[in-house]
Design a protein around this ligand. Sequence first.
Ligand SMILES: Nc1ncnc2c1ncn2[C@@H]1O[C@H](COP(=O)(O)OP(=O)(O)OP(=O)(O)O)[C@@H](O)[C@H]1O
Length: 272
Amino acid sequence: MSEPASESVSLREPILVFDDVHLSFAGVKAVNGVSFEVGARELFAIIGPNGAGKTSIFNVLSGVYRPQRGRVVFDGVDLVGKPPHRIAALGMARTFQNIELFSNLTVLDNLMLGRHHHIRYGAPSAFAWFGRARREEIANRAVVENIVDFLELEQWRAFPVGLLPYGVQKRVELGRALAMEPKLLLLDEPVAGMNLEETEDMARFVLDIRDELDIPMILVEHDMGLVMDLADRVMAMDFGTPIVTGTPSQVQADDGVIRAYLGQEHPTEVTT
Ligand SMILES: Nc1ncnc2c1ncn2[C@@H]1O[C@H](COP(=O)(O)OP(=O)(O)OP(=O)(O)O)[C@@H](O)[C@H]1O
Protein backbone atom coordinates (compact mmCIF):
# COMPACT_ATOMS: atom_id res chain seq x y z
CA MET A 1 0.00 0.00 0.00
CA SER A 2 1.41 3.42 -0.86
CA GLU A 3 1.99 6.04 1.85
CA PRO A 4 -0.48 8.90 2.23
CA ALA A 5 0.75 11.82 0.08
CA SER A 6 1.16 14.22 3.01
CA GLU A 7 3.38 11.78 4.92
CA SER A 8 5.67 10.99 2.01
CA VAL A 9 6.08 14.72 1.30
CA SER A 10 6.94 15.53 4.93
CA LEU A 11 9.50 12.68 5.05
CA ARG A 12 11.37 14.22 2.13
CA GLU A 13 11.44 17.72 3.61
CA PRO A 14 14.56 18.70 5.51
CA ILE A 15 14.06 19.40 9.21
CA LEU A 16 16.62 22.21 8.96
CA VAL A 17 17.63 24.65 6.23
CA PHE A 18 20.70 26.79 6.92
CA ASP A 19 20.90 29.18 4.01
CA ASP A 20 23.82 31.52 3.21
CA VAL A 21 24.45 32.40 6.86
CA HIS A 22 27.04 35.03 7.76
CA LEU A 23 28.27 35.82 11.28
CA SER A 24 31.24 38.08 12.04
CA PHE A 25 32.89 39.24 15.25
CA ALA A 26 34.75 42.53 14.83
CA GLY A 27 36.13 41.54 11.43
CA VAL A 28 36.51 37.79 12.13
CA LYS A 29 34.23 35.89 9.74
CA ALA A 30 33.25 33.01 12.02
CA VAL A 31 30.53 31.79 9.62
CA ASN A 32 31.03 32.99 6.07
CA GLY A 33 28.17 32.16 3.72
CA VAL A 34 27.42 28.66 5.04
CA SER A 35 24.53 26.66 3.57
CA PHE A 36 23.41 23.11 4.34
CA GLU A 37 20.27 21.09 4.95
CA VAL A 38 19.60 18.29 7.41
CA GLY A 39 17.18 15.56 6.41
CA ALA A 40 14.35 14.35 8.62
CA ARG A 41 16.27 11.22 9.68
CA GLU A 42 19.81 12.26 9.04
CA LEU A 43 22.96 12.23 11.14
CA PHE A 44 24.81 15.23 9.74
CA ALA A 45 28.34 15.96 10.98
CA ILE A 46 30.32 19.19 10.88
CA ILE A 47 34.10 18.91 11.06
CA GLY A 48 36.97 21.35 10.76
CA PRO A 49 40.12 22.48 12.49
CA ASN A 50 40.00 24.65 15.63
CA GLY A 51 38.38 27.98 14.92
CA ALA A 52 36.67 26.74 11.72
CA GLY A 53 33.27 28.00 12.91
CA LYS A 54 31.54 24.82 14.13
CA THR A 55 30.52 26.11 17.55
CA SER A 56 29.43 29.40 16.00
CA ILE A 57 27.00 27.45 13.77
CA PHE A 58 25.58 25.72 16.87
CA ASN A 59 25.26 29.09 18.59
CA VAL A 60 23.39 30.51 15.59
CA LEU A 61 21.11 27.46 15.53
CA SER A 62 20.27 27.67 19.21
CA GLY A 63 19.74 31.45 19.16
CA VAL A 64 22.82 32.45 21.19
CA TYR A 65 24.19 34.44 18.22
CA ARG A 66 22.13 36.33 15.66
CA PRO A 67 23.66 36.14 12.16
CA GLN A 68 24.12 39.37 10.19
CA ARG A 69 22.77 37.65 7.06
CA GLY A 70 21.04 34.45 6.01
CA ARG A 71 18.08 32.25 6.86
CA VAL A 72 17.74 29.44 9.37
CA VAL A 73 14.49 27.52 8.94
CA PHE A 74 13.72 24.77 11.43
CA ASP A 75 10.68 22.58 10.86
CA GLY A 76 9.19 25.35 8.72
CA VAL A 77 9.85 28.15 11.26
CA ASP A 78 12.37 30.96 10.68
CA LEU A 79 14.66 31.02 13.72
CA VAL A 80 16.64 34.23 13.14
CA GLY A 81 15.90 36.68 15.94
CA LYS A 82 14.23 34.10 18.19
CA PRO A 83 15.65 33.74 21.72
CA PRO A 84 17.20 30.43 22.85
CA HIS A 85 14.26 29.37 25.06
CA ARG A 86 11.81 29.78 22.16
CA ILE A 87 14.05 27.73 19.86
CA ALA A 88 14.37 25.01 22.51
CA ALA A 89 10.59 24.98 22.90
CA LEU A 90 10.27 24.47 19.13
CA GLY A 91 12.15 21.19 19.57
CA MET A 92 15.87 21.85 19.22
CA ALA A 93 17.94 20.29 22.00
CA ARG A 94 21.68 20.60 22.56
CA THR A 95 24.48 18.99 24.51
CA PHE A 96 27.60 20.97 25.34
CA GLN A 97 31.37 20.49 25.06
CA ASN A 98 31.62 20.96 28.82
CA ILE A 99 29.07 19.13 30.93
CA GLU A 100 26.26 21.46 32.00
CA LEU A 101 24.30 19.50 34.60
CA PHE A 102 23.23 20.19 38.18
CA SER A 103 25.89 18.13 39.93
CA ASN A 104 24.08 18.01 43.32
CA LEU A 105 20.85 16.69 41.79
CA THR A 106 20.26 13.04 41.00
CA VAL A 107 20.22 11.56 37.52
CA LEU A 108 16.41 11.39 37.62
CA ASP A 109 16.05 15.02 38.72
CA ASN A 110 18.44 16.21 36.00
CA LEU A 111 16.42 14.29 33.42
CA MET A 112 13.16 15.74 34.77
CA LEU A 113 14.59 19.22 34.17
CA GLY A 114 14.64 18.37 30.48
CA ARG A 115 10.84 18.05 30.69
CA HIS A 116 10.12 21.62 31.72
CA HIS A 117 9.03 22.68 28.21
CA HIS A 118 6.37 19.99 28.38
CA ILE A 119 4.84 21.08 31.69
CA ARG A 120 1.62 22.93 30.97
CA TYR A 121 -0.25 23.02 34.24
CA GLY A 122 -0.46 26.26 36.21
CA ALA A 123 0.44 27.07 39.82
CA PRO A 124 -3.02 26.49 41.39
CA SER A 125 -3.26 23.02 39.91
CA ALA A 126 0.32 22.18 40.88
CA PHE A 127 -0.22 23.48 44.40
CA ALA A 128 -3.34 21.43 44.95
CA TRP A 129 -1.67 18.42 43.27
CA PHE A 130 -4.73 17.06 41.56
CA GLY A 131 -6.10 16.52 38.09
CA ARG A 132 -3.97 17.79 35.31
CA ALA A 133 -0.81 18.40 37.37
CA ARG A 134 -0.77 14.84 38.65
CA ARG A 135 -1.46 13.32 35.24
CA GLU A 136 1.30 15.38 33.65
CA GLU A 137 3.78 14.48 36.36
CA ILE A 138 3.05 10.79 35.78
CA ALA A 139 3.46 11.21 32.02
CA ASN A 140 6.73 13.12 32.46
CA ARG A 141 8.08 10.47 34.82
CA ALA A 142 7.23 7.80 32.24
CA VAL A 143 9.23 9.62 29.54
CA VAL A 144 12.18 9.94 31.91
CA GLU A 145 12.00 6.26 32.88
CA ASN A 146 12.11 5.29 29.20
CA ILE A 147 15.25 7.38 28.78
CA VAL A 148 16.85 5.73 31.84
CA ASP A 149 16.21 2.35 30.16
CA PHE A 150 17.31 3.50 26.71
CA LEU A 151 20.64 4.95 27.94
CA GLU A 152 21.21 2.14 30.46
CA LEU A 153 21.31 4.52 33.43
CA GLU A 154 19.32 2.30 35.79
CA GLN A 155 22.11 1.71 38.32
CA TRP A 156 22.87 5.44 38.56
CA ARG A 157 19.35 6.85 38.72
CA ALA A 158 19.39 7.96 42.38
CA PHE A 159 23.01 9.18 42.50
CA PRO A 160 23.96 12.86 42.46
CA VAL A 161 25.39 13.45 39.00
CA GLY A 162 28.59 15.01 40.35
CA LEU A 163 29.63 11.65 41.84
CA LEU A 164 29.36 9.71 38.58
CA PRO A 165 32.16 8.77 36.14
CA TYR A 166 32.71 11.30 33.36
CA GLY A 167 31.31 9.08 30.60
CA VAL A 168 28.10 8.50 32.57
CA GLN A 169 27.70 12.23 33.19
CA LYS A 170 27.94 12.84 29.43
CA ARG A 171 25.26 10.18 28.95
CA VAL A 172 23.01 11.93 31.48
CA GLU A 173 23.47 15.17 29.57
CA LEU A 174 22.42 13.37 26.42
CA GLY A 175 19.44 11.98 28.35
CA ARG A 176 18.38 15.45 29.46
CA ALA A 177 18.40 16.59 25.83
CA LEU A 178 16.33 13.51 24.87
CA ALA A 179 13.88 14.29 27.67
CA MET A 180 12.86 17.34 25.65
CA GLU A 181 11.61 14.91 22.96
CA PRO A 182 13.49 17.00 20.40
CA LYS A 183 12.87 17.20 16.68
CA LEU A 184 16.58 17.89 16.17
CA LEU A 185 19.49 17.15 18.48
CA LEU A 186 22.77 19.12 18.42
CA LEU A 187 25.72 17.15 19.80
CA ASP A 188 28.76 19.30 20.58
CA GLU A 189 31.82 17.03 20.89
CA PRO A 190 29.97 14.23 22.67
CA VAL A 191 33.06 12.03 23.14
CA ALA A 192 35.62 14.72 24.01
CA GLY A 193 37.71 13.51 26.95
CA MET A 194 36.25 9.99 26.92
CA ASN A 195 38.22 6.77 27.06
CA LEU A 196 37.79 4.12 24.35
CA GLU A 197 35.04 2.18 26.12
CA GLU A 198 33.05 5.33 26.91
CA THR A 199 33.45 6.46 23.29
CA GLU A 200 32.16 3.13 21.98
CA ASP A 201 29.15 3.31 24.31
CA MET A 202 28.36 6.84 23.20
CA ALA A 203 28.67 5.87 19.53
CA ARG A 204 26.17 3.05 20.06
CA PHE A 205 23.68 5.38 21.76
CA VAL A 206 24.00 7.99 19.00
CA LEU A 207 23.23 5.36 16.37
CA ASP A 208 20.28 4.08 18.40
CA ILE A 209 18.89 7.61 18.68
CA ARG A 210 18.88 7.89 14.91
CA ASP A 211 17.73 4.37 14.11
CA GLU A 212 15.27 3.64 16.94
CA LEU A 213 14.05 7.08 18.01
CA ASP A 214 14.23 8.56 14.48
CA ILE A 215 15.69 11.81 15.77
CA PRO A 216 17.91 13.69 13.30
CA MET A 217 21.18 15.03 14.68
CA ILE A 218 23.98 17.44 13.94
CA LEU A 219 27.27 16.20 15.31
CA VAL A 220 30.31 18.41 15.87
CA GLU A 221 33.26 16.22 16.76
CA HIS A 222 37.06 16.13 16.46
CA ASP A 223 37.21 12.32 16.65
CA MET A 224 37.37 11.60 12.93
CA GLY A 225 37.01 7.83 13.33
CA LEU A 226 33.71 8.37 15.10
CA VAL A 227 32.44 10.92 12.58
CA MET A 228 33.29 8.78 9.58
CA ASP A 229 31.70 5.70 11.17
CA LEU A 230 28.46 7.35 12.26
CA ALA A 231 27.57 10.22 9.94
CA ASP A 232 25.32 9.97 6.90
CA ARG A 233 26.85 13.14 5.50
CA VAL A 234 29.71 15.37 6.59
CA MET A 235 30.36 19.07 6.01
CA ALA A 236 34.05 19.98 6.35
CA MET A 237 34.81 23.61 7.12
CA ASP A 238 37.81 25.88 7.38
CA PHE A 239 37.93 29.59 8.26
CA GLY A 240 34.14 29.83 8.45
CA THR A 241 33.56 28.38 4.97
CA PRO A 242 32.52 24.89 3.88
CA ILE A 243 35.23 23.08 1.91
CA VAL A 244 33.05 20.14 0.90
CA THR A 245 29.81 18.43 1.93
CA GLY A 246 29.27 14.77 1.11
CA THR A 247 29.41 11.19 2.29
CA PRO A 248 32.20 10.29 4.73
CA SER A 249 34.26 8.67 1.97
CA GLN A 250 33.87 11.67 -0.35
CA VAL A 251 34.97 14.03 2.41
CA GLN A 252 37.97 11.90 3.44
CA ALA A 253 39.21 11.83 -0.15
CA ASP A 254 38.79 15.57 -0.73
CA ASP A 255 42.03 17.46 -1.39
CA GLY A 256 40.80 20.61 0.33
CA VAL A 257 40.00 18.67 3.49
CA ILE A 258 43.38 16.96 3.50
CA ARG A 259 45.10 20.34 3.05
CA ALA A 260 43.06 21.91 5.88
CA TYR A 261 44.08 19.12 8.24
CA LEU A 262 47.70 19.02 7.08
CA GLY A 263 47.98 22.56 8.38
CA GLN A 264 47.13 21.19 11.82
CA GLU A 265 49.31 19.83 14.56
CA HIS A 266 47.94 16.28 14.00
CA PRO A 267 47.90 15.71 10.24
CA THR A 268 46.71 12.11 10.57
CA GLU A 269 43.47 13.13 12.33
CA VAL A 270 41.43 12.98 9.15
CA THR A 271 42.30 9.35 8.45
CA THR A 272 40.26 6.70 10.23
N1 LIG B 1 32.10 35.43 20.97
C1 LIG B 1 33.11 35.59 20.11
N2 LIG B 1 33.78 36.74 20.02
C2 LIG B 1 34.78 36.90 19.14
N3 LIG B 1 35.21 35.94 18.29
C3 LIG B 1 34.59 34.76 18.35
C4 LIG B 1 33.50 34.50 19.25
N4 LIG B 1 33.07 33.21 19.06
C5 LIG B 1 33.85 32.70 18.10
N5 LIG B 1 34.76 33.61 17.67
C6 LIG B 1 35.74 33.43 16.61
O1 LIG B 1 35.09 32.84 15.50
C7 LIG B 1 35.92 31.86 14.89
C8 LIG B 1 35.20 30.52 14.89
O2 LIG B 1 35.13 30.03 16.24
P1 LIG B 1 34.33 28.73 16.66
O3 LIG B 1 34.41 28.64 18.15
O4 LIG B 1 33.01 28.74 16.04
O5 LIG B 1 35.23 27.58 16.00
P2 LIG B 1 35.18 26.01 16.21
O6 LIG B 1 35.27 25.42 14.86
O7 LIG B 1 34.02 25.65 17.05
O8 LIG B 1 36.52 25.73 17.01
P3 LIG B 1 36.85 24.58 18.12
O9 LIG B 1 36.97 23.30 17.35
O10 LIG B 1 38.17 25.03 18.67
O11 LIG B 1 35.74 24.58 19.13
C9 LIG B 1 37.23 31.83 15.67
O12 LIG B 1 38.14 32.67 14.99
C10 LIG B 1 36.83 32.41 17.00
O13 LIG B 1 37.93 33.05 17.62
